[in-house]
Design a binder for this molecule. Structure first.
Ligand SMILES: CC(C)(COP(=O)(O)OP(=O)(O)OC[C@H]1O[C@@H](n2cnc3c(N)ncnc32)[C@H](O)[C@@H]1OP(=O)(O)O)[C@@H](O)C(=O)NCCC(=O)NCCS
Length: 189
């Protein structure tokens, strides 16, 4: 018998609590997420203008079923110093080209927080889920997202054109293997 796929566990980093996404998070996400600064480099599957039930629909119709199938793992992000306030989200997806997605509220960007969250879920991807490779896709102009992949030791392996909320543009595919991740981790210890 195959072992059951692990569901989303709570994780933490030096400054963050990563909590499994729940339907109760919908109002806070609805308040925070629909901002141009957050959505412009996200895939055009994000409805824009964002409907009033956008967060509820996303969690209820898409995320929770994907989590239940064992295809996705979703976390909300909170500062340990302010655990009641949701400030962003990160998810992992069992797909061919795009295994991770994230967003951070603008007021909290630029402090290295998503880098911490990305490292925590990347450990989960390789150590717990035992995936052989992590691929991410990002608009070439999304320099912050690009930098996170670069800092993780990922390599750019291709480019494609994709439809984003802000229109069609060049996207980069980045990749890191389990072996590369583990040897990077050994070298930074
Ligand atoms: C991408 C995103 C999650 C980054 O979150 P964050 O908490 O600000 O990220 P961090 O602070 O951990 O790291 C960002 C890195 O990018 C760098 N960076 C940010 N903006 C940059 C820019 N315009 N040019 C170059 N580097 C930039 C930062 O300096 C930092 O690198 P450093 O640690 O070497 O200084 C955030 O910008 C966001 O939510 N964007 C909108 C949603 C989105 O685009 N998601 C990704 C889709 S692929």
């Amino acid at each position: 018998m195959q072992p059951a796929t692990p569901t989303t566990p709570p994780l933490e980093t030096p400054r963050l609590l990563l909590r499994p996404l729940a339907l109760a998070d919908a109002p806070e996400i609805q308040r925070l997420f629909p901002q141009w600064e957050i959505v412009h480099f996200l895939s055009s599957v994000v409805p824009w203008p964002y409907p009033p039930d956008g967060a509820f629909r996303f969690i209820h119709d898409i995320s929770l079923p994907a989590i239940a199938r064992g295809d996705e793992w979703h976390w909300t992000l909170r500062l340990k110093s302010d655990p009641d306030r949701l400030i962003g989200a990160i998810r992992l997806m069992k797909r061919e080209q795009k295994n991770r997605g994230f967003w951070m509220a603008p007021a909290y960007q630029g402090h290295g927080l998503m880098s911490e969250a990305a490292d925590a879920v990347t450990n989960f991807w390789f150590d717990v889920l035992k995936m052989p490779v992590l691929r991410t896709e990002k608009a070439a102009a999304n320099l912050a997202s690009r930098r996170i992949s670069e800092k993780q030791g990922a390599r750019q392996v291709g480019t494609v054109e994709r439809d984003y909320v802000s229109g069609r543009q060049l996207a980069e595919i980045w990749e890191i293997t389990a072996e590369e991740w583990h040897s990077r981790r050994r070298s930074v210890k």
